[in-house]
Design a protein around this ligand. Structure first.
Ligand code: BDR
Ligand code: CA
Length: 313
């Protein structure tokens, strides 16, 4: 397997942090050419700081981290401290990161990187609202055909919504950005709640990470101890869902996931269903397919992969 060049666009977030760690632990398969941060779970000053903390914890400080957009394209920012805590990374003891922030704005970094790299070589992994990416697409449409693939965590069909009854958080926060991306014709792979709600960090799985005994294993377990509270209370589920790591797991082991290549449109107007991913799962329209929309996952395979990789850090 040749190393895949990736840019991780993220709003950490405990589950974003686990996704970043999974990628950092997989240098044989993934070449992380940059991490770009966006406002989402918490405001931008915290998401960029959290991304730097995560790289510090993993002692992988040679990755450039860029701060990007601090608000959605056409709306005020909505955040999710009720899920992630005040810092966005509540759980472990946090510290001032030593890693510097790169000077270049995330949007400029995405544009410059895609213009510089050979066509079809870079994969964008998005773990938060799509503001940075859509802004780059709008400003520099020439980069769109240069992407190999965009793999995102976002949306839902059978699970419908988590931030409203109809919408998933990443899409809801910046639906106009999501619309730009879904209409862009970029090869798109989507990890919706339908998949991520099956990837539950049960006590046993979190304890297996803690039992690694390493700084990263314990840090990950402490993040997940905090993160599970909200979803366990809300859904009565057996642990919190590891949404964002599904994106990285897909790059490492695509065979863990199953889905359908279908049409997905974004609701940008209705007050009631704003940010809904209207997925034509049953193919009842003649709208052209624009996304590989995942529906199922091998959960045990996912956690075997995650634990084995976190053990490497
Ligand atoms: C998504 O929203 C955030 O809270 C998580 O980090 C994830 O990216 C799940 O809806
Ligand atoms: Ca996220």
């Amino acid at each position: 397997m040749s190393r895949r060049k990736i840019i991780i666009d993220t709003d950490p977030g405990q589950d974003d942090a686990v996704a970043i760690l999974l990628a950092l632990a997989s240098p044989d398969e993934l070449d992380i050419i940059g991490i770009t941060c966006v406002a989402g779970n918490v405001p931008l000053p915290l998401t960029q700081k959290n991304a730097r903390i995560v790289c510090d914890v993993a002692q992988k400080t040679d990755v450039a981290i860029h701060a990007g957009c601090d608000a959605p394209m056409r709306r005020p920012l909505g955040t999710a401290e009720h899920v992630h805590g005040k810092t966005g990374l509540d759980g472990p003891d946090l510290f001032e990161p030593t890693m510097p922030l790169a000077e270049l704005h995330a949007v400029d970094f995405i544009i410059e990187t895609l213009r510089r790299e050979p066509a079809g070589s870079v994969t964008l992994c998005t773990l938060g609202p799509l503001t940075n990416v859509a802004t780059a697409f709008e400003r520099a449409p020439d980069i769109i055909p240069k992407l190999r693939e965009l793999v995102m965590m976002g949306g839902a069909y059978f699970e419908v919504g988590n931030i409203t009854p109809a919408a998933e958080f990443n899409i809801y926060v910046d639906p106009e950005a999501a619309e730009i991306v879904f209409k862009s014709n970029v090869p798109l792979v989507v990890m919706p709640l339908d998949v991520t709600h099956k990837v539950l960090a049960t006590k046993e799985r979190v304890n297996a990470l803690r039992a690694l005994g390493s700084r990263v294993g314990i840090f990950t377990a402490e993040m997940l101890d905090f993160f599970e509270r909200f979803d366990v209370a809300k859904y009565g589920s057996d642990g919190g869902p590891l949404h964002d790591p599904c994106v990285i797991a897909y790059l490492l082991k695509p065979e863990l996931f199953q889905g359908r290549h279908i049409n997905v449109e974004i609701e940008t107007e209705s007050k009631l269903t704003l940010g809904m991913t209207v997925a034509d799962w049953w193919r009842v329209t003649d709208r052209a397919p624009n996304a590989m929309f995942m529906g199922d996952v091998d959960t045990d395979g996912f956690f075997t992969l995650l634990t084995e990789r976190i053990a490497r850090l």
